[in-house]
Design a protein around this ligand. Sequence first.
Ligand code: SF4
Length: 63
Amino acid sequence: MEIGVHWDQCEANGICVGIAPDIFDLDDNDDLIVAEGPVPAQLEGDVRDAIAQCPKAALFAKD
Ligand code: SF4
C-alpha cells in the first residue's frame, strides 16, 4: 500500500505520528512528513490504524 494525504485537511496534530512513528513525522515547522514509497508490510497495520484515527480524515490508502 501507499499513503495519500489530503494536505489541506491535515492540522498537524501528530496523532498519526504517535501511532506509526516510523512512517509519519512532524518537521520543525509542524508540517507533516510521510515516508515515501510503499509501506513495509510489517507496518501496514499501524498505518491503517493511523488512517482510521486521523481526526481530520486527511489520510487514505492509495491501493
Ligand atoms: S493524524 Fe491526521 S491531522 Fe493529525 S497530523 Fe496525522 S494526517 Fe495530520
